[in-house]
Design a protein around this ligand. Sequence first.
Ligand code: IVH
Length: 668
Amino acid sequence: MNQDNIRQEIESLRHQLHEHNYSYYVKNKPTISDIEFDKLLSQLIDLETKYPEYYDSNSPSMRVGSDINKSFEQVVHRYSMLSLQNSYSQADVADFYNRVQRGLEEGFNLVCELKYDGTSISLIYEQGRLIRAVTRGDGKQGDDVTANVRTIRNIPLVLKGDNIPDYVEMRGEILMSWDVFDSLNKEREIQEEPLFANPRNAAAGTLKLQDPKVVATRRLESYIYYMLGEKLPTDSHYENMKIAADWGFNVSDAMIRCSNIDEVNKFLEYWDVERKSLPVATDGVVIKVDSITQQLHLGATSKFPRWAIAYKFNTEQAITRLDSVSYQVGRTGAVTPVANLEPVLLSGTTVRRASLYNEDAINELDLYVGDMVYVEKGGEIIPKIIGVDKDARFLLGDKVQFAKLCPSCKTPLIRYEDEAAHYCPNQIGCPPQIKGRIEHFVTRKAMDINIGPESISLLFDKGLIRDSSDLYKLKFDDLANLDRWGATSANNLIASIEKSKSIPFEKVLFALGIRFVGETVAQKLAVAFTSIDNIASATFEQLTSVDEIGARIAQSVIDYFADVDNVAFVERLKSYGLTFELSEEVLSSRTNKLEGLTIVISGKFELHSRDEYKSMITQNGGKNSGSVSKNTDYILAGSNMGPAKLEKAEKLGVKVIDEKSFLSMIND
Ligand code: IVH
């Protein structure tokens, strides 16, 4: 193939893939099988790898997320991102209609569309190509999240069709579907990471992640609801949205143009019910004047456009009395405020408690004990208090102020700068923290000891265990005589505790409950350092030189081993015979053949998986790094190494090796 043919081939593959993407993710009508799609994509990636000169940031191959890690640049919005005035009744909407009528003194149409409950985005296209994606920020300027947005499959990177303006800004909402949200939270629960309260927070949080590769796995979606620019295709918002759909955007079908208020009300009533069967969260309807000329004529206040209004659906709410506020302490010492309510029926279940999140949330509500509060269950896991009926205030109790002392051990609480949460710093003596740590210690993914939270609490309260290491001191007689215990349960527990002594090192490390050292991190540390003593004596630099161990984790490990109580705890566990180094088997396969070498893995492999190559590098004393830099010695390149990496490798003179040469480096 000559250069022209190559370029044509690459362009044709890109075009086909953009089309198939659109059919699949926007139209929901796949035009080819997944296998055929993957084949085309790998053909493209092959060509892009061989011919990096045709690099294109909007190639369909960029959907998997690029390697760039950076904090977000601030971008000033060319058109500021206003929010919408809210309304809660058909009467409010009628008022809006009358205001528009007075403002225009001529006929007008309205467009009704759903109000999607996610996080807003501004997408900027020049010459039909996505050049920037910016969050709302403060409305005047936001974060440049382009690399993350490129991973969202139903956002076109290159627009389809003719007559696309040279410059156009598309406004829309980034969402996470209920399905994705539920499975993400399940996963986080297992990993003991804080749960997202709702899909909106999850979408907003995901969009601000530093690693576009992680964003790509979160399966975000978009709905586009507005077009801006100097040269728009038509003067009708409705028509422009239809055209946007042809360009490749995901525009909602739930959109009507109407000429009177009755049609508007019908739309409101219909979607008030139907929205519950949608796969994504919506919180209302947006009603807009259709003509752009008329929109400009009506203008905006400093906050809202005068040509649009949001009608908010009534989420099911109940009003009930706030009896008291209590505080729960988790294993990390984080203190969560909980509202205790007079039981009330809400969406079919009795609600007794509601989350109050943190001090800021409490202050914002301006709560008093005895207040009548509105509780809502809008898709959130735990019901929340959304407001107070201040007119119903009489015989009030105390103002709710965040606890100063730990509810359990009475130690003064602390709040770190930049954090919303309060912590009880008494890790050693605070019972719920100790019990929480023991619960963590025994979980299946850690020491896998067969004991539940009630039994842990009982053993703790009886003074039989003061920390996890005391489990190994338990005797049959200690247990068999406990209330509702017997010989069988005592024997079972003793056996399960005994068995845990052979649990491999990486799980023991995870069981210690060092902050930010989850299952995967524990595994990485275990492989890199081979024993607890090496980890305990590792410097910050040594820790952060391990793949995926960042400053936050490294500091937490250092802090843990700087504490004499933790060191004594680990020593006790050692004395009971727990496993604190990698097994002989793992160790004996280790070499230092790659010592001093930093290797980047890129592309798809045939002989081993990526993870296997990663562990081979560390097993042989090398360092695996995620991005190419002047410190990189080799790039272990698979079949479809990204063109950007290749270009960089060439520039820096880094050697690129394939699977076979790598394997021959570590095998004699
Ligand atoms: S129009 C100036 N249309 O709601 C017009 N907004 O509360 C700006 N939203 O910031 C917005 N669905 O993030 C519009 N169909 C829709 C919408 C919508 C959701 C969001 C958007 C906006 C917020 C205002």
